[in-house]
Design a protein around this ligand. Structure first.
Ligand code: SF4
Length: 377
């Protein structure tokens, strides 16, 4: 599998918790950035690496790609489809925010081939949305969802967050109740984390940000898992839930440590073990691409062992786990032999299980997954 990722680094304004590469922009994002992207697409479509390779998924992320109008987005999607050899019926996803969608724009995107929409809802509580510094309210989120359905999207993801400052268990239950009333196909649910360099980090350091106690977070998580299971969602990755057959194919490729090409400022590519990162600054990116230069900031060739460890760590994020046959075929390595006593200890403690030729985290390990994965880096 090979994915194509396109990064749009612009947002209405910066949310208080956000550490993604995006910059605030008033009005429409720069047309020059879109032109640079189109040129970058043409430039990279001639890469030798792409010969005999099909693109199996396209993901337009950000930032807020939906700040562009329908015509611009349709041009971008069509350019990807025209310049790369795409698998028939490939998944084409785009991230969006509730207050940057319109019926005409959604229809144009749909006609161009967009078949999966992700909406950054985060919460259905207006007070909490304000705390997060989001630029929309819950009514706009509901409206965005119904516009997407009306435009023909039958594969919609909602992004949600819990462990928000001052969020009670009832607040979270109410958000989930409203989500279920919309009946999306997919949910990405993340615990709020305080990232360095964000306004929340500043508040946290000066003790002006009150996150929930650990027991409250566990209560929120347990309620989420029970409710989603009852509603027919499968938890297939630590933070991702899907109705049958609606798992995100693009992200599955990441978790399987597959290859992908990243275009746009700050985008990362991983081409058969070669890791490349584009420069972050959007203006410099535009200038370089327009001058015919390759806008790379850095590159790294991963050793077989480093790539193996990444495959293990990423693969363990999926509840099914990582395939031992795949690891053997790809690296000629077995985790038990490679990690030795560290892995034996985790298995003995019941945190990692090996069965049916898959290695996976046990149910007890999931709440402390990050700590366990850190041991295998
Ligand atoms: S909309 Fe998303 S990418 Fe943009 S600032 Fe907010 S969290 Fe960051």
């Amino acid at each position: 599998m090979s994915g194509l990722y396109i990064h749009i680094p612009f947002c209405r304004h910066k949310c208080c918790y956000c550490s993604f590469v995006s910059q605030p922009c008033t009005g429409s994002p720069p047309a020059a950035y879109l032109e640079a992207l189109l040129k970058h697409i043409r430039q990279y479509s001639r890469l030798d690496w792409l010969k005999d390779r099909e693109i199996t998924s396209i993901f337009i992320g950000g930032g807020t790609p939906s700040l562009y109008d329908g015509k611009s987005l349709a041009r971008l999607i069509s350019a990807c489809r025209y310049n790369f050899t795409c698998q028939p019926g490939l998944e084409i996803s785009m991230e969006s925010n509730p207050n940057s969608l319109s019926p005409a724009q959604l229809s144009l995107c749909r006609e161009a081939g967009l078949n999966r929409l992700s909406i950054g809802v985060q919460s259905f509580n207006d007070r909490l949305l304000m705390v997060l510094g989001r630029s929309h309210d819950r009514n706009q989120a509901r409206l965005a969802f119904s516009m997407a359905r009306a435009a023909g999207f039958d594969n919609i993801n909602l992004d949600l967050m819990y462990n928000l400052p001052g969020q009670s268990l009832d607040d979270w239950r109410e958000t989930l109740r409203q989500v279920m009333a919309l009946a999306p196909e997919h949910l990405s649910i993340y615990e709020l984390s305080v990232e360095p360099g964000t306004p929340f980090a500043e508040l946290w350091e000066s003790r002006r940000l009150n996150l929930l106690a650990e027991e409250e977070v566990v209560e929120q998580e347990n309620m989420t898992y029970t409710l989603l299971e009852d509603e027919g969602f499968e938890r297939y990755e630590i933070s991702n839930f899907a109705r049958p057959g609606r798992q995100c194919r693009h992200n599955l490729n990441y978790w399987r440590n597959g290859s992908y090409l990243g275009l746009g400022a700050a985008a990362v590519s991983c081409l058969s073990g070669l890791r490349l990162r584009n420069i972050e600054n959007a203006e410099t990116y535009i200038k370089m691409v327009c001058q015919g230069l390759t806008p790379l900031a850095e590159g790294e060739a991963l050793s077989i062992e480093a790539s193996f460890r990444e495959s293990v760590i990423m693969g363990l994020r999926m509840l099914k786990g990582v395939s031992l046959t795949d690891l053997q075929l790809r690296y000629d390595l077995h985790p038990l032999a490679y990690y030795g006593p560290i892995l034996h200890r985790l298995i003995k403690r019941g945190l990692i299980a090996i069965d049916d030729n898959y290695m996976r985290l046990s149910a007890e390990a999931l709440p402390v997954a990050n700590q366990i994965l850190a041991e295998l880096v």
